[in-house]
Design a protein around this ligand. Structure first.
Ligand code: HEC
Ligand SMILES: [Cu+2]
Length: 334
């Protein structure tokens, strides 16, 4: 019972967790090794030179340069070792592998909503396969939240207005605590749930058993039409708007002369803050969808535009050709 509670909170659910624990343990030992001598000597001297004790207090000058140099250099080298060690771990957690499963996360008062690439949704529960990297792309609908999974030794603030991502490879099937680590209002303490790590075969079964209306990209395709995007970006549109096929991941020249990469954040901002970055050669006519679409819907649109990434950039529209097939066609014109 206690053991189970301990595993859910503090167990090591990934290789990364083990590395973090090792780092923290190592650093604790280093700090102990550097500070213990100081405290031991304090006690020894306090006893030896206490008032009324006969001791030699003449204090002759007794210098040894090598001792003085060594007690500066040795701790310095040790601390640099820890700096390099910790930094390499840090760099690691900011570089998700390319083959990671992309899961979209929407945080709001007071719940965590997850959506798998196949469209499976869940609230306050996240099912993932063991041994496979998972990347969470997270957005907040209201205030700052922070997704914290102690067993993964990972925590990331989810700040409104931008996407943050976090990745991990859980390797031990089990049930782990997930919580919000940023005070976010009255029900903050109830905002949490569980991370369920499953054997890959169980995960596949779970995906198959969970009802899906449509995949994330297909929901985005429908929304693309419903929200009126296709009226400008569609083939039949008379408006001069950039084609979105093949956009994802490519460099985009902007009208101020700079070039940005069309990643998730760029696409999100193009939809919610269209005036902030204007694609070179196009008029500033795209309206903002800020108060029209919520973060979950924007995540769907991003997934849809991403799904067009491998289509050849055509001069017309994403709705034109779908060599990959299987993607629901976007209705053209409005
Ligand atoms: C009134 C016409 C219009 C509508 C409606 C419209 N857009 Fe746009 N969109 C544009 C124009 C024009 C640009 C290029 C200028 C700019 O960057 O703002 C653009 C730019 C973009 C870009 C950046 C493309 C690039 O090549 O850099 C994305 C992504 C985008 N729109 C997505 C959408 C989505 C998704 C919707 C629906 C929610 C939408 N647009 C609705 C006209 C429109
Ligand atoms: Cu919260």
């Amino acid at each position: 019972m206690i053991g189970d509670l301990f595993t859910r909170w503090a167990g090591e659910a990934s290789a990364h967790a083990g590395q973090v624990d090792l780092l923290v343990l190592g650093f604790t030992l280093l700090v102990a090794a550097l500070s213990l001598p100081v405290f031991v000597l304090m006690v020894v001297f306090a006893l030896r030179y206490r008032r009324g004790r006969a001791a030699n207090r003449r204090h002759p000058i007794n210098r040894n340069v090598w001792i003085e140099v060594s007690w500066a250099i040795i701790p310095f080298v040790l601390i640099v070792v820890f700096f390099v060690w910790a930094t390499s771990l840090y760099v690691d957690i900011y570089h998700p592998p390319d083959d990671a499963i992309d899961i979209q996360v929407e945080a709001k008062q007071w719940m965590w909503k997850f959506q798998h690439p196949g469209g499976q949704r869940e609230i306050d529960e996240l099912h993932v396969p063991a041994g496979q990297p998972v990347r969470l792309t997270m957005a907040s609908q209201d205030v700052i939240h922070s997704l914290y999974v102690p067993a993964l030794r990972l925590k990331r603030d989810v700040v409104p207005g931008r996407y943050v991502s976090m990745w991990f490879t859980a390797d031990k099937p089990g049930d782990y605590v997930m919580t919000c680590a940023e005070f976010c209002g009255t029900d903050h303490s109830t905002m949490g749930g569980r991370l369920v790590v499953m054997a890959p075969a169980d995960y596949a079964r779970w995906l198959a058993e969970t009802d899906v209306d449509r995949s994330l990209a297909a929901q985005g395709a429908a929304l693309f039409r419903r929200a009126g995007c296709s009226g400008c970006h569609g083939a039949a549109a008379t408006v001069h708007a950039p084609p979105l096929a093949g956009l994802y991941g490519r460099p985009v020249p902007l009208d101020d002369g700079s070039v940005v990469t069309a990643d998730d954040q760029y696409i999100r901002d193009s939809i919610l803050l269209p005036q902030a970055q204007i694609a070179a050669g196009y008029p500033r006519i795209m309206p903002t969808f800020r108060n029209i679409l919520d973060e979950a819907q924007v995540l769907q649109l991003v997934a849809y535009i991403k799904s067009l990434a491998n289509d050849p950039p055509s001069s017309q529209s994403p709705a034109d050709d779908h060599p990959a097939g299987g993607r629901p066609p976007v209705e053209q014109g409005r």
